[in-house]
Design a binder for this molecule. Sequence first.
Ligand SMILES: NC(=O)c1ccc[n+]([C@@H]2O[C@H](COP(=O)([O-])OP(=O)(O)OC[C@H]3O[C@@H](n4cnc5c(N)ncnc54)[C@H](OP(=O)(O)O)[C@@H]3O)[C@@H](O)[C@H]2O)c1
Length: 331
Amino acid sequence: MSGELWLWALCALLPALWLLSFFRTDSDLTLLWAAWLGRRPEQVLTGMVVWVTGASSGIGEELALQLSKLGVSLVLSARRVQELERVKRRCLENGNVKEKDILVLPLDLADRSSHDMATKAVLQEFGRVDILVNNGGIAHCSFAVDTNLDVFKVLLEVNYLGTVSLTKCVLPHMMKRKQGKIVIINSLGGIIPIPLTSAYNASKHALRGFLDTLQTELFNYPGITVSTICPGLVHSNIFQNSFTSEITETLGSNAEALSKMETSRCAQLILIALANDLKEVWIAQQPHLFKTYVWQYVPIRDWIFSRKTWKKVIEGYNIDKDDKYHKRLNE
Ligand SMILES: NC(=O)c1ccc[n+]([C@@H]2O[C@H](COP(=O)([O-])OP(=O)(O)OC[C@H]3O[C@@H](n4cnc5c(N)ncnc54)[C@H](OP(=O)(O)O)[C@@H]3O)[C@@H](O)[C@H]2O)c1
């Protein structure tokens, strides 16, 4: 074969392999492409000041750990100081950072009056915020009809308003410097409906609307990028901490049977998204990823996702705590 033919064959093969690998992968096509051929996190993120909320467990903890290996300055925020100190120790032991590179900054997303002071504390310590990772969040698991309005309220307060408030505190400083990255750890629930999580999904849909719109207003600031990260099921404490239909009760160890992605893999993909300034990424194991594509792009989705499909999803939760859950399932 001539050199030109080889080149054509290669040009056809690469996209074909890319599409084929989608059926075995855990990231959407753009992220998959960036993971193959994009910039590496260590090329881009090293030396940056990164503020991670919800850093005391789960995805936030793993992000902190992987970022510390890249050699960044880290701000770790959440409500539980002891857990943040534990994460800091892990970063110091396993990462490429020193004591002076990590600031433990307790923060309650629901306490919006404290966000300005917290931002000032970060700026005083490091002089800037290069990346704000809005990761802190809570969930619930209950039928909408049974869910107390307090659950809707708390989820909006923490997931939506808390994130918007902190972003609004940090944004003016990024605008002054004409650079920065605003990241929101959203969810596939912010795209595709997932039964029993109406309040959670509503808060995530709101966040998607907020960030998409914010981006349109930053037309004069090409150095400021926004990223919506939408993971599917990932190992973390979010399921145990999820409210049931009341804010006085959490799921505990129920709902553990659902299969989930490793937290470290999710964090690794998030860092690739950040390094490549991807605007929206979907991170999930199959078939969840494929279902999200169908929901987003196939016009006959309501026929594909029938009532039976949703009932099966709900049965898969297998929660044995909430009586109302069984009542609804069997009625
Ligand atoms: N795990 C999944 O399957 C999954 C899927 C899609 C999206 N997500 C999103 O990923 C993010 C991280 O969740 P995760 O799965 O890693 O769960 P997680 O292990 O429960 O972590 C949640 C984090 O949020 C913090 N947080 C909760 N309420 C807060 C508040 N009022 N103020 C400040 N921080 C608060 C928690 O810390 P404190 O309790 O110490 O405050 C904790 O560090 C969330 O936004 C979640 O919606 C998770």
